[in-house]
Ligand binder design. Structure first.
Ligand SMILES: Nc1ncnc2c1ncn2[C@@H]1O[C@H](COP(=O)(O)OP(=O)(O)OP(=O)(O)O)[C@@H](O)[C@H]1O
Ligand SMILES: [Mg+2]
Length: 263
């Protein structure tokens, strides 16, 4: 029997705590027992402008920069050049880490419109389909030895499908492939505030291991950002609604008590 299998069996017997992947989001790890469960996937759910894209880029950027874990960012909504430019505001130089092959962006945003992309890793214009996307993502994961992957966003994956069952099948396939490749993944999905579901196709939230919900709501004359953890399998997580801020360093999550003590 190999040493790894013996170690895995010993871990089961001794009940060794699951390995955690640091999220790179200030204030989040301590709410989820140290980070995302390694090798699993988490869905970031929220309405427009709630910070889903910034969250994903922070996870990938900090992963590469701070924890030396290469990451692949799959963008199906926004153009890569715009994302790179936007996150420079937080001091995140994505291009530099791409040059060092610690981050790679796969562009599926333009191909879905039938237009050619100028990116190094992109889908061919001819025939945008999920299998081609998956092949490209797997190829890039292998090439840079990625430990982290984000898919932004799942609804954009369903762009060219005629019926929702096909989208659901595609989502299942995607999550299965990501799990098989051993990466810790983050996906995004869009929901309207107050909706009683967490993914657009009502399947995303079940295939993932964790769901974080981002809110952006008007309270009195002000707008407030908050986050709550809807589920995180194998984790004793916070059940509170947490204040969230987008600062000059990116997303920061805090506790109600901290928020009041700072005021
Ligand atoms: N430098 C910044 N400082 C503070 N807030 C910012 C900054 N940049 C962006 N934001 C806020 O973040 C929002 C955009 O966040 P992001 O693009 O991550 O949202 P999203 O949930 O991905 O939206 P969409 O559903 O449109 O894709 C902006 O509308 C703005 O409110
Ligand atoms: Mg976005």
């Amino acid at each position: 029997m190999s040493k790894t299998i013996i170690n895995q069996k010993l871990d089961c017997i001794t009940g060794e705590i699951m390995k955690r992947i640091k999220t790179g989001i200030n204030g989040l790890d301590e709410l989820i027992e140290g980070g995302f469960p390694a090798g699993r996937s988490t869905l970031i759910s929220g309405g427009c402008g709630t910070g889903k894209t910034i969250f994903c880029m922070q996870y990938i950027y900090q992963g590469a920069k701070k924890y030396n874990e290469p990451g692949v960012y799959v963008t199906l909504d926004e153009r890569p050049d715009l994302i790179r430019e936007d996150v420079l505001r937080f001091g995140w130089d994505i291009k530099k880490l791409e040059d060092q092959e610690k981050i790679q962006i796969v562009d599926g945003s333009i191909a879905k419109l039938g237009l050619p992309s100028e990116e190094e890793y992109a889908l061919p214009v001819t025939g945008y389909d999920v299998d081609k996307l998956l092949l490209e993502v797997m190829r890039v994961i292998k090439r840079i030895g990625a430990a982290r992957v984000t898919i932004d966003s799942i609804p954009a994956l369903g762009f060219n499908f005629e019926n929702e069952n096909d989208v659901r099948k595609a989502i299942l396939k995607l999550s299965y492939m990501l799990m098989r490749s051993g990466v810790t993944s983050v996906m995004t999905s869009e929901i309207r505030e107050g909706e009683n579901r967490f993914g657009k196709y009502s399947v995303e939230e079940y295939v993932v291991d964790g769901v974080l919900v981002l809110h952006y709501m008007g309270v009195g004359t002000q707008s407030n950002r908050t986050m709550h953890i809807r589920k995180m399998r194998a984790t004793k997580h916070s059940e509170d609604l947490h204040p969230m801020q987008i600062t000059e360093k990116g997303i920061k999550i805090s506790n109600i008590e901290e928020e009041y003590s700072e005021a």
